[in-house]
Design a protein around this ligand. Structure first.
Ligand code: AHR
Length: 665
């Protein structure tokens, strides 16, 4: 009977071995450097990451470039049941669909970049057009929003109709969606027959409660007509940068201690077609002079967050830019090669000069005029994105042309290929040269466990690896604890092997969690217009990047238990990595318990003479693998700090489903 009970107990868990498990940390052999660039961030316009996310400009469709026809639907699908034929600008409403009439004007706009505007006729005073914002506006107490718009009075029609006379004053207000609760208001007048630029401010009261139930109303103070374009409104930004970025999201990224920011994509670099690639020269200068473009993820970007803002963003969170340059291939499958690619190579050289050239260079001077005289540090440039999707086989030649052009001007730069070395070698290019290979891994938790020793087997003489997109895709819209465990197992692999895996960044970084905003499930940080939260994966990354030494500690592992995975194959149940900092005599041991049972480990430190008896212990854990964080429960799973008794040899019990960092001094 006893034997039967023991067997039953063993079968009730998917852990196959329960005997003593030991990790020996060979501090005496900690010679290999941890890559100083190991942990970074990756970003692109996806899931309303900038528009409706990080970028503080809050009014969508500010130049009325996109119109919404209820009979045609947003994407042109016929909708014969629409109640009446009222065309309106996308993401704008009319306070009255009979007494307010709008018309898009596509000629004679404020400039070539923003050629569109909206002509509005109001039958009465008090009617208006209403910006929906990106699912509302972030109303908080004592907040000043700064905005601007261009206004022009259309010539009055000689029919004596009040609605055709020019409107002489407008009220701009933030109010609740039903228009009944005002939050802030201002008035504009002094319009003429030519475009005139107006700045305005809206300030909430010191007693205002937080709400996203808000709209921007533009109300006519009398009947008549008016023409508007580039209606913008900015929330306060991180470090008070004009045209800046959202405070809470920047703080969350700074907490991750990123060493770099990979931008502008991802697919956002390539675009669906040549017209909608990331054409960096159209993303600089005053935002009123940026035309914007269609993101491949199904919506328009104003490019208000453009090349300079990407670089400034990297700088503000303590990292450096890693720029992907457009390499002549678009997602639609089209590519240009040979002589046709020369303009793109020139664009890439100019882009690099804009980022790192001093103010005496042509593009460095442009950056200085745009507001950043100091060059940004730049060490890595990536040529294209995921060019293994280019079935034409043109990448090796395109890569070679970019590589040679960039290296001859900037020999100090490291050039990253987006296809593996074997694929480059199998091309017609003899002996291709490449500094770094970008590898992307989107996996489930089991596949992360299966591959958690992948880099231990890589050729130490091959090119360095940049794991430029990776994620354990469990949970939606943001990932859950199961994903955090897969992520942590994968990070032990990258960290232990950071002599070859020199850089890494997770993707996607952001998701606006409002219905309809997400194009890619399983993201790191979720938000609406008002609040943000980190997924358990976010917190696992904070723990890994914050607690990091500068030397890799070799670990000898004995009797590490296994878990059975879905195809009945096995992987470790426990994953580990350690780094040490000789100057501060501090060792960072990271341990992941991926299974439902607590795991007892014996830890031995070889090569130390003295160890403080207590170590700081940071632990992320959950009762169930699908436990998660959300807007309503933002801190359900966050790291907890305590102490752990340690010595030259000690036992530690890892909680079920947990990630643990020990800071041993
Ligand atoms: O991260 C989402 C997408 O995944 C990226 O845009 C692309 O590079 C990859 O396929």
């Amino acid at each position: 009977m006893k034997k039967f009970l023991l067997m039953a107990a063993l079968l009730s868990t998917n852990v196959l071995m329960l005997q003593a498990q030991q990790l020996t940390l060979r501090l005496d052999k900690a010679e290999t450097e941890v890559s100083p660039m190991l942990y970074g961030l990756m970003t692109e316009e996806i899931n309303y990451s900038y528009e409706g996310g990080l970028y503080t400009q809050l009014v969508p469709n500010p130049s009325f470039a996109d119109m919404f026809n209820p009979r045609g639907g947003r994407r042109g699908r016929p909708n014969p049941d629409a109640p009446r034929f009222t065309v309106r600008p996308d993401r704008w409403q009319l306070t009255d669909t009979v007494q307010v009439r709008v018309r898009q004007n596509r000629r004679d706009g404020i400039n070539d970049a923003n050629p569109t505007s909206l002509v509005v006729n109001f039958d009465q005073a008090g009617l208006g057009i209403v910006s929906e914002g990106y699912w509302g506006f972030p109303i908080r107490k004592s907040t000043t929003f700064r905005g601007a718009l261009y206004v022009r009075q259309p010539a009055a029609r000689p029919n004596g109709d009040a609605a055709s006379a020019p409107v002489r004053s407008l009220t701009l207000a933030l109010k609740s969606a039903d228009g009944r609760t005002p939050y802030a208001e201002t008035h504009l007048s002094g319009f003429g027959s030519q475009w005139k630029h107006f700045d305005y401010q809206l300030t909430t009261s010191p007693t205002q409660a937080d709400t996203k139930d808000a709209r921007l109303f533009i109300i006519a103070d009398e009947p008549g007509s008016i023409e508007l374009t580039r209606v913008t409104l900015y929330a306060p930004s991180y470090k008070n940068r004009p045209n800046g970025l959202r405070v809470d999201l920047m703080e969350m990224m700074a907490e991750m201690h990123p060493k770099f920011l990979r931008f502008p994509g991802g697919n956002y670099l390539e675009g669906n077609n040549f017209a909608n690639r990331f054409d960096w020269k159209r993303t600089i200068g005053h935002p009123d002079h940026r035309p914007g473009h269609q993101s491949p993820w199904g919506y328009r970007s104003t490019d208000g967050l453009g090349l300079l803002e990407f670089c400034q963003w990297a700088e503000d969170i303590g990292g450096e830019p890693v720029v992907g340059v457009f390499a002549g291939y678009v997602l639609g499958g089209d590519h240009l090669d040979g002589d046709y690619i020369q303009p793109f190579i020139q664009d890439a050289l100019d882009e690099i000069e804009y980022i790192m050239g001093d103010a005496t260079t042509k593009w460095g001077a442009q950056r200085a005029r745009d507001g950043h005289p100091e060059p940004f540090p730049l060490h890595y440039v990536e040529v294209g994105n995921e060019d293994f999707f280019d079935r034409s086989g043109s990448y090796p030649n395109r890569f070679k042309m970019f590589y040679e052009a960039i290296k001859s001007r900037y020999p100090q730069l490291q050039i990253i290929s987006t296809v593996g070395y074997d694929a480059l070698k199998s091309s017609a290019i003899p002996n291709p040269v490449v500094d770094v290979i970008d590898e992307h891994y989107y996996r489930n938790a089991y596949d992360m466990y299966r591959n958690a020793f992948q880099y231990d087997r890589y050729d130490r003489n091959g090119p360095k690896i940049f794991c430029g997109e990776w994620a354990t895709r469990e949970g939606s819209p943001t990932t859950n604890m199961n994903a955090a465990l897969g992520d942590a197992a994968w990070m032990t692999c990258m960290e232990r092997n950071s002599d070859i895996c020199i850089m890494s960044c997770y993707a996607p970084l952001f998701v606006n969690v409002e219905p309809g905003a997400m194009q890619w499930a399983s993201d790191l940080i979720g938000y609406d217009v008002l609040n943000a939260y980190g997924s358990p994966s976010y917190w696992a990354q904070v723990m890994f990047s914050k607690y990091l030494g500068n030397r890799i500690v070799p670990i000898e592992a004995t009797d590490i238990p296994k878990q059975t995975l879905d195809r009945n194959d096995q992987a470790n149940a426990v994953f580990y990595t350690a780094t040490t900092d000789a100057a501060s005599h501090t060792t960072y041991l990271k341990l992941v318990n991926a299974v439902a049972d607590a795991q007892k480990l014996n830890i031995k430190l070889d090569g130390v003479t003295k160890v403080k008896s207590k170590a700081k212990k940071i632990e992320l854990k959950a009762a169930r693998p699908d436990d998660t964080n959300s807007l309503s429960q933002p801190r359900n799973i966050v790291p907890q700090q305590s102490t752990q008794k340690v010595g030259k040899q000690f036992d530690i019990t890892l909680a079920p489903y947990s990630v643990t960092v020990l800071v041993i001094e």
